[in-house]
Unconditional design. Structure first.
Length: 220
């Protein structure tokens, strides 16, 4: 799936996989370069050690290059995250509350993303750039589906994680699912559907009227 998810990293580590094994990743990365906008539905599946059955919630996401992003959880949305070049807004419509946070190159944005079950993965550029940021743990293919398990090389980004897993179509490079697995044994997976590549997205989708909301602004 063509969504340019970005992780900032500090360490580098050589891959132990062959060029043939890494070839599906190259297809996925190349596919991202033709994605200028994207919309998708998703089902979020949260599995906790304390629960017998996983929790399911529906959601939607939109992306507009270079860095406009909207992520909604729930129908109607219980949580909305909007990110633009101006910063990040986390909105709780039912509570009339919102949080404004500056864009961060460190762990703040990672924490925000993880709390919603999403993460900024390196999706643009070359395989070499990808490997500078991510340590690939395993790559498995079955038909047209490729399953990759990895961890960020940035210790702050990897803190508490056992692995980051994502599945994509190794022919088209489009994303199919994304999962965070913690060392404590819980997991948070997003399975994507109704993926639209390069749709026309209204600009107002990346805006939100906060009139009447209690707004917490970290920049103040």
């Amino acid at each position: 799936m063509g969504l340019a998810f970005i992780l900032n990293t500090a360490l580098s580590q050589a891959s132990t996989f062959s060029a043939e094994e890494l070839a599906p990743l190259q297809v996925m990365l190349a596919a991202q370069r033709s994605v200028h906008s994207l919309s998708a539905d998703f089902t979020q599946i949260r599995a906790l050690r304390t629960l017998r059955s996983p929790l399911l919630i529906k959601g939607k996401l939109w992306f507009q290059a270079p860095n406009d992003f909207r992520w909604e959880l729930g129908e109607p949305p219980k949580t909305i995250l909007i990110e633009t070049h101006q910063g990040v807004i986390i909105i709780h419509p039912s509570k009339n509350q919102a949080e404004k946070r500056p864009l961060s190159s460190s762990t703040g944005s990672i924490s925000d993303a993880r709390s919603l079950g999403m993460m900024r993965l390196p999706g643009e550029g070359t395989l070499e750039e990808f490997q500078k940021q991510m340590q690939v743990l395993s790559i498995k293919t079955s038909g047209s589906r490729c399953h990759v398990e990895m961890l960020p090389k940035d210790p702050a980004a990897a803190r508490g994680l056992a692995s980051i897993n994502f599945d994509f179509d190794r022919v088209t490079g489009h994303w199919l699912s994304f999962e965070l697995v913690t060392r404590e044994g819980s997991s948070l997976m997003n399975e994507f559907s109704n993926v639209q590549i390069n749709p026309k997205i209204p600009r107002e989708l990346f805006e939100y009227d906060l009139s009447g909301f209690k707004v917490t602004d970290e920049k103040e």
